[in-house]
Ligand binder design. Structure first.
Ligand SMILES: C[S@@+](CC[C@H](N)C(=O)[O-])C[C@H]1O[C@@H](n2cnc3c(N)ncnc32)[C@H](O)[C@@H]1O
Length: 386
């Protein structure tokens, strides 16, 4: 077992739920707002960056010092580590949390020079430099002062989010419809991973995923990245054709061979004849109402949405397997004096067999009026009394 530090993106709660659902045996200890510590076998940890959508960086703890170590000794240790790995180190040292040392990149470079070697460094805060460290393959180091245990942790980068690849799936796919509101691929991946991880904790085999409001197919592509077979449908025929194009593009671009199907369907009248098999994971972002509704329209908008959601949940049960996981976005608008949400539905859904698995997690884009509440349910056939 080794110890790792994991840096989540700015959706910490969602990223944490994704991690805990995907790796239930790795216990997370929070160190800072976005920084967590866990223990795992290295082979497991090294594969995490390719799986997780909400993680920016992964560091492995390479040394633990007594907190009494002086700054000078710390610099010597870092130089030793860097020179062991390269004759001409390109590096960055970041520090997170309380009790930071006065050790700078320039101090480290100076000591490397005194050793007769060349070195370069870049300076930036760890959550901002993902693009840089991904492209440059620099050695990024991180220290964290574990005050409770009088220890200073020194960690080295092991994985960085591949931002180019995420952008590629967001921007290069042939069909887009930004007016309708597309789910960011990283959020879609987190939802897929949460549903998949929760399902795998109780079931074996390969689950099939369905998105009944597929839009441009963002959820289906991220599920494809996890090698899942997918079904997608939408009430807009244009979205159905676009999703098919995106799926074909995706399979070629990533050389991934999954079974996929996209068809026209109203989510509140799901017809099971369209499906080759029953569904284990339903992951979706339904129509959330207008993107910028006026205050006086909100009561009506949410009334309409509640009806559509309830109708859809009722109709989903005809294609869901017992124990299926539903990861779904609920809209929420917070005004100064009133909040509009679909939370009241959660209780009503129990009688239809849907049980909330975890507290809903908020995901809000900066400046967005309608924010997303991500809700995870498990479906029980025998509890459905309709
Ligand atoms: C917010 S968009 C989904 C966007 C999608 N997650 C993406 O990233 O591209 C909602 C989609 O639901 C579809 N829709 C609206 N009402 C529907 C219904 N009753 N049944 C099925 N699809 C519906 C819309 O056509 C739209 O494509």
């Amino acid at each position: 077992m080794s110890k790792f530090l994991i840096l989540f993106g700015n959706t910490t709660l969602l990223s944490k739920l994704e991690f805990e659902s995907s790796y239930p045996n790795c216990l997370l200890h929070q160190l800072d707002e976005h920084l967590f510590l866990f223990e795992a076998e290295p082979e497991l940890a090294y594969g995490m960056m390719a799986v997780l959508g909400g993680t920016v960086k992964l560091f492995e703890i390479v040394k633990e010092f007594d907190n009494k170590i002086t700054d000078k000794e710390l610099i010597e240790e870092i130089v030793l580590l860097l020179l062991n790995q390269s004759n001409e180190p390109y590096f960055n040292l970041s520090q997170i949390g309380k009790g930071q040392r006065s050790v700078s990149n320039a101090d480290i470079k100076d000591l490397i020079k005194e050793n007769g070697k060349k070195a370069r460094y870049f300076s930036s805060n760890p959550s901002e430099s993902a693009l840089l460290s991904h492209k440059s393959k620099a050695t990024e180091l991180l220290t964290y002062n574990l005050m409770d245990e009088d220890k200073l942790l020194l960690a080295q980068i092991k994985g960085v989010q591949d931002i180019d690849d995420w952008t590629n799936r967001d921007r290069a796919k042939p069909y887009a419809d930004r007016k309708k509101g597309m789910l960011p691929p990283k959020v879609a991946r987190m939802m897929v991973n949460i549903a998949l991880g929760q399902w795998q904790q109780k079931n074996e085999g390969k689950p099939v995923l369905y998105d009944p409001f597929c839009g441009t197919g963002t959820v289906l592509l991220e599920a494809g990245m996890r090698n899942l077979d997918v079904h997608g449908s939408d009430i807009d025929q244009q979205a159905v054709f676009g999703t098919r194009d995106n799926l074909e593009w995706f399979k070629k671009e990533y050389n991934i061979n999954i079974a996929s199907k996209a068809f026209y369907m109203d989510a509140s009248h799901v017809n099971k004849e369209e499906f080759d098999t029953k569904i284990d994971l339903l992951v979706t972002e339904p129509f959330l109402g207008k993107q910028t509704p006026r205050d006086q329209e909100l009561a009506n908008v949410f009334k309409g949405l509640e009806k559509m959601y309830l109708g859809s949940f009722k109709s989903f049960s005809s294609v869901l397997n017992d124990g299926a996981i539903v990861a779904i976005v609920f809209p929420k608008v917070q005004l100064a004096k009133r909040t509009y949400s679909l939370e009241a539905l959660i209780d009503k859904l129990k009688a239809k067999g849907y049980n909330l698995l975890v507290e809903p997690v908020l995901y809000a884009r900066e400046g967005a009026r309608v924010i997303r509440q991500i809700c995870i349910f498990t479906y029980s056939q025998k509890q459905n009394n309709t």
